[in-house]
Write a protein that binds this ligand. Sequence first.
Ligand code: SF4
Length: 971
Amino acid sequence: MESIKLDRRQFLRVSGASALMLSLHSLGFLGGRAYATEKVVREWDYSKWEDLHRREWTWDRVTWGTHLVDCYPGNCLWRVYTKDGVVFREEQAAKYPVVDPTGPDFNPRGCQKGAFYSHMMYNPDRLKYPMKRVGERGSGKWKRVSWDECLSGIASGILDAMEEQGPESFVFEMGPGNGGYINIFAASARLNHHVGGTALDLNSTIGDFNRGIYESVGKFMFMDSVDGWFFGKLLLIWHMNPVYTRIPSYHFIASSRYNGAEVVTIAPDFSPSAIHADEWVPVEPGGDAALGLAVCQVLIEKGWIEVPFIKEQTDLPMLVRMDTGRFLRVAEVEQGGRDDQFYFWDGEKGELAKAPLDTLKLPVDPALDGTFAVTLLDGKQVEVRPSFAILKEQLNRDYTPEKASKQCATHPDTIRRLAEKCDRAKPHIQVLVGWNSPKYYHGDLIERAMCLLLALTGSYGKKGSGIRGWNESLFEGALFQTSKPSRGWIGATIRMARGKKLLNQLKAEDPTLTDEMLSVKLERLRNKKEYSHVPPAFLYYFHSGYKDAWDNKAWHCTTMKREFPEYMKEALDQGWWEGLTLPYPDQEPRVYCYYATSPARKNRGWNKNILPSLWKKYKLIFGFETRWSTTALYSDYLLPCAGFYEKLDTRFPTPHVPWLTLTDKAVEPPGEAKNEWEICLDLAGKIEEEARRRGKTKFVNRKGKEIDLEDLREKQSLGCKNLDEIMEDALETSVSLGNLPRGTDLAKMRKEGIVRFVGLSIFDPITMHLSTDIKPDEPIVPLTWHTGSKKLPYPTYNRRLQFYIDHPWFLEAGEQMPVHKPNPKMGGDYPLTLTSGHQRWSVHSIWITDEQLLRTHQGRPFMFMNPEDAEKRGIQDGDLVKVYNDFDSFEIHVKVSPAARPGKGSSPGQVIVYHAWEPFMFKGWKSYDTAIPGMIKWLDLAGGYGHLDYYRWNWCIQPIDRAVAVEVKKA
Ligand code: SF4
């Protein structure tokens, strides 16, 4: 038969094969110069219709791929199919081995966004060339420039800032959005390390710091691998919506029922995850602490608690002075005693017994109840009680199910039923909490109540138990690339030798410190003295509009006794944040670089808090970007970056999915885009060149650290010529540190795609927070070094799971114990409460403009609202409404749904916007964040108390965004 040639249109008409149609349909939405794609369509020779099927499954190349975005925990391995320089499709690799034969494996991993990344690669909003703004910021007037012009302009701006205001005036914000791992640490993080800019703490800027878990456990960056979920007997989905946000991992929850588990979702709305639970426990938004404490009250009243666990692992037997409300310190009773060591009461002998600092092993059987008299060194007699007794009294007084029900709106019978479930399931209760709770003003109290419930039932350190935070660790070789002086294991050992020396000094000063505590101390020391890694709160307070919101006492909790500026002043005067208030209050921020993030979308109230003030102070704003995000549109220079299948990298690692996951370069990036490592290398070269031209290559920052821009390009390169060498370097270090098995190199990664982690090292506190051995045939179970035979103390102030915090501010707030407090009226006195969560159709905003995905939902920003609340306001489904409060307003369409909680009496009605819409999708580019003032809880400024002290990603101060007071009317 004669060969028939079809042009692209004819081809699309003729093709009826759905899968192929899908692939080529994507080609119909090509953006700009997607030359390679067009080439495929033009040059294919279709002989006859059957060829469509025959050739559907022919490829030039298959590579491994994953998605370098915070679809936490992500790390799904995909096969990426390429033909004629175009990625056509991807497919779940499904090659995860069986780890624990008594539970399900990880196969297959992947979500609908991942299956669509090849589509996004060729989206019209892809950024392909270096760009320079030529009109006003945000006016949309741009000029395509050469890499040389772009990088020279940026280098010049950075040098101006360094000369005029100092290195700290260069503000660098990294996010988890669209970068990678070696393409972050060996690239921008390393460059920033060399030029001495201020790096904003990632976790503070996104608000994912689980404050209450941290306050209770001394850390929050620990969790089981997600296959551990299967082994829980009671799964409490609480401040999480895994049906939307954990798509590849959700099957472990669903199938846990085969293992006899019950799944309970606790949420104000009948959330997508409530639909699939065995029971939905409705709760007032932010009422969770009252609910959790009421469950604790029932557990204690009924005696359904694990007493040996409580005595050994928690601070509940520790003695508290009744006159001061503070722990009884050894220094108060014994000459030369320590101020950070505390007492138990030995019930048998009727005397004090020191709580050991270096072990959780109990020296005596401590009393949990009673009141005892103690004579202090000065002869004064005081009464002391175990904190458990104080807790019990508080729970019986304020949190019986009937009393709590008035605070959380959950029926008392439901609370009692939940307690019964906890009793049946203990010690295999898991709280699946996400990063919703930290975004509530009193999210710390909510999480402290959750942690308490788990401690009372002994649900830590066992397969299928515990609570979870966030963790990015175990590929430490890449982290080392931020600051190690030279390539390879030698460079790493030089860095480690410095660390080792400091560790030895710290250990000599206090031999009771565990490796984990030492590792944290080392990180803090380095950061305060050497690095410039800081929470952004001080930049916001001293240089942006956040100050106006934070200083507004009416928007804080009514229990805040003093004015906010007083607390800020005291925190700084006490030196709790010394070395962390960068750029300094008297130093003008001059240059802003964002990387794998989109602050215009993500910062709470950006439109009012940042745009008119801080944004204007920056004389230069540039971003590493793959697409025309809203932030890009407000920038000065744009650096076009390679996408997930256009460069070599790994997804940021996590114990949740404990394999290092490779993504390889399948195709060239479009236009003139490059990988971030190459861009940073060239930028380093330009900064060096410009510094030489100005005759100023040396700077000293205010911490006295010398910044030397001589040979910056060479230093930046780590002696590597390309990303392959950078990856080899990171792998080699990780193998030597014991994170990865021997023999792991790039060739092996390219062969296998994934390699399972095998161990921890002391040089990264985040890794150490797992505190467990990684076993080859079991899910990762964190904290076993505390709960198991090692009995290592926790890194809290009192070295136990800490439920009593006697910091003076916590006492002032009445929050020494977990309590319930209602949401403050953030935004004013309005009858509705605005809540949020991640949406189903995009990871952050990366997929939000994908036409195909937009067609699977409304395709425009919308807000859920209860029909009763809508009717009261004359609002119908699909109406455009104005959402407003005293802070600001935005417009959005309404989806009327009984799933949203209705307002009843003084209880506010709930309106829900699942976020990640681009601000440019809203009228006037005012996104839903526009009405969020972005308050911080004043208590988060506390410090100088054991673990209440900042280090990377921990003890962060973060603007919050849930439960903002609003009203709604038709637009
Ligand atoms: Fe997995 Fe994330 Fe990719 Fe989805 S986007 S497939 S969750 S890695």
